[in-house]
Design a protein around this ligand. Structure first.
Ligand SMILES: [Zn+2]
Ligand SMILES: [Zn+2]
Length: 119
């Protein structure tokens, strides 16, 4: 990215590297969990319209899943409803661990996560 260096001269306080793509500096930040704020560039924010984005808090890896796919896979009716409410929102959520940190726990964790999801 060519513009990345330029902005550094402006010395804005709240500028950081996008936590999702790790490629672009941005001043846009999003709270992904209680008290945890991450930087998200415009491009990734755009992606969040069509994808649910999970960001692993332990290794920093970001996961994108197409919303349609996630919603189609959900069998539970209540859960489906909750997800469908989120369909038009930009959802980026921090998770404590991801599939590469803890492959076995990952599925359980995502199941629990639904309950906590507020839209
Ligand atoms: Zn980005
Ligand atoms: Zn991880």
């Amino acid at each position: 990215m060519n513009n990345a260096g330029k902005g550094a001269n402006d010395r804005e306080d709240a500028v950081g590297k996008c936590n999702i793509c790790n490629d672009v500096y941005t001043s846009t930040n999003v709270e992904v969990a209680d008290g945890i704020v991450i930087y998200v560039c415009a491009h990734c924010l755009e992606k969040a319209k069509d994808n649910f984005i999970w960001l692993c808090m332990s290794c920093g890896k970001a996961y994108l899943r197409p919303k349609k796919l996630v919603i189609n896979r959900v069998k539970d009716r209540e859960l489906k409803k909750a997800y469908m409410l989120c369909e038009d929102m930009q959802v980026i959520q921090g998770i404590e661990m991801c599939i590469s940190c803890s492959p076995e726990k990952m599925l359980d964790y995502m199941e629990e996560q639904h309950v906590a999801m507020e839209c």
